[in-house]
Design a protein around this ligand. Structure first.
Ligand code: NI
Length: 258
């Protein structure tokens, strides 16, 4: 069995004491690739540090829309420097979050730095990982006008299944997480069903959103099989087939060999 977690936060303080053990538990569960994702400059540095210590572990560097306080061109320069490391496979996570931020000025500021980081990814020839919460239409509009030239993934896809084809038309990939395993989560399950096979990715986004039956606990990459099993069930594929599809997608988007 071979699984992968394309988006996790082992750099989060929830793993301060035991991220090494979490990586080990993931390996024991057949997780071959992990990608640790930053949300500001410090966490991006930490993501790279973790990736450097373990084979099969990669990093993304970026500034999340919830963490824009104090951001400047200096921060972009720091990300650009970090992204030179060979373990860095994308710029992320970046995007729009209108769930926690309601003011029009905040939305405008998020758009500015989202576009700036798409431009950075294009400069560096890297794909992007997109966080979009309660902001699907603006995210789609920005991506149409600021095309990520090296592709990207809508991480933890939470827009409607109806909207998915519009993002797919832009060549984007879709990451699915614990919520697809929740009993009454109709929309996420439907989004998996309509997602093109060649665009689907598995992720935990840990420490958040642990899949059933671990819902409510700290999430970790070792739980990835629970998510992939549910994907296989929804897509009416064997587990092996599902894993293989995900691995091919991951390697194609992020130019990971091995
Ligand atoms: Ni995340």
């Amino acid at each position: 069995m071979s699984y992968l977690d394309s988006h996790c936060h082992l750099n989060d303080e929830a793993f301060l004491e035991d991220y090494e053990e979490a990586i080990k538990r993931a390996l024991d569960n057949g997780v071959r690739f992990l990608c640790v994702v930053g949300w500001d400059v410090e966490s991006s540095k930490k993501a790279v540090e973790i990736a450097k210590k373990h084979s099969g572990v990669y990093a993304m560097v970026g500034i999340h829309p919830e963490n824009l306080e104090g951001i400047s061109e200096n921060s972009i320069a720091e990300l650009s420097e970090l992204a030179k490391e060979k373990e860095v496979i994308a710029i992320g996570e970046i995007g729009l979050d209108y769930h926690w931020f309601k003011e029009p000025e905040e939305h405008e500021n998020q758009k500015v730095w989202f576009k700036r980081q798409i431009a950075l990814a294009n400069e560096l020839h890297l794909p992007i990982s997109i966080h979009a919460r309660d902001a699907s239409q603006d995210t789609l509009n920005i991506l149409k006008e600021n095309v990520p030239q090296y592709g990207g993934v809508l991480h933890c896809y939470s827009a409607s299944p109806e909207m998915l084809p519009y993002f797919a038309k832009l060549g984007l990939y879709f990451g699915f997480d614990g919520p697809i395993t929740f009993k009454n989560s109709k929309a996420p399950k439907e989004a998996v069903r309509v997602c093109p096979d060649d665009r689907i990715l598995s992720e935990t986004d840990c420490p958040y959103m642990a899949p059933t039956p671990n819902r409510g606990k700290r999430n970790e990459p070792a739980y990835i099989p629970l998510i992939v099993e549910e994907m296989a069930r929804i897509k009416e594929k064997s587990l092996e087939e599902m894993e293989q599809i995900i691995e091919e997608n991951f390697k194609r988007l992020f130019h990971v060999k091995q």
